[in-house]
Ligand binder design. Sequence first.
Ligand code: KIV
Length: 292
Amino acid sequence: MSAPKVTVATLAALKRRGEKAVFVTAYDYATATFAERAGVDMLLIGDSAAMTMLGLPSTLGVGMEEMCVFVRAVCRAARRAFVVGDLPFLSYQPSDEEAIRNAGRFVALGCDAVKCEGGARVAARVRAMVDAGIAVMGHLGLTPQSLGQLGGYRVQGKSRAAVERLAEDALALRDAGAFAVLLEAVPAEAAAYVRERVDLLVYGIGAGPHVDGQLVISHDILGNFVGDIAPRFVRRYAQIGAEIERAFGDYAADVRAGRFPGPEHCYPIDPEQEAQIREARLRLAQTVEATR
Ligand code: KIV
């Protein structure tokens, strides 16, 4: 029998028991399947797909159509894990109607919740989506969709005042009906303060240990991110990129040296038929030779 689906209630129960939720990004069927088999609790189809999957320089260039392809693939694999669809840049900012429509598309494709970036300034959008029956996770701290305003990938919440603003934003999200908030790139003490002040599920990526669960970008821990962003908070668990490169290199060498394919990779046929085909090839070669 398969394990029961993780829901918001399951996540709340984990928090009550002091157990950490395990949260990773996934953008494709294979990765989501492996994460499921490993018992990961939550999957984020992040707009980081822009960088990890599409090779773009930031998250700003990915849109709803591309995100829906990733969402479809991950939702097809996710049976137990709680799936969060990340609303891309300009899919929720312009109006409540666009927010509801786009969040609704993700839910219709199988997401359990959506995520959007910002605090008080997106509270109205969060309220609109929640009123439409959609579970919403907020995202505070380093919010890559506001990279221009933040001035780059910088740690946030580094002062008492900045942490207070984070907490106020988290409160605005809670009041708007969000069920959780994700804190990105903030000091551990800042995340602990927000979690203690605000009655919400608080997840972290680069936010230290005092949160209800840890998110990582799967490419960061698997070692297959192509690019030069290497956040301090990443621990590498595999070198998949190097392994892929080695495998392609070995394959190329085998093809060029005639070592692949071998007899074991060829389809056998009836020996009588094979002999006839060989004979036909010989005659063909003789005809070609005769016409030279
Ligand atoms: O898109 C994403 O993967 C994210 C995380 C970096 C928080 O939003």
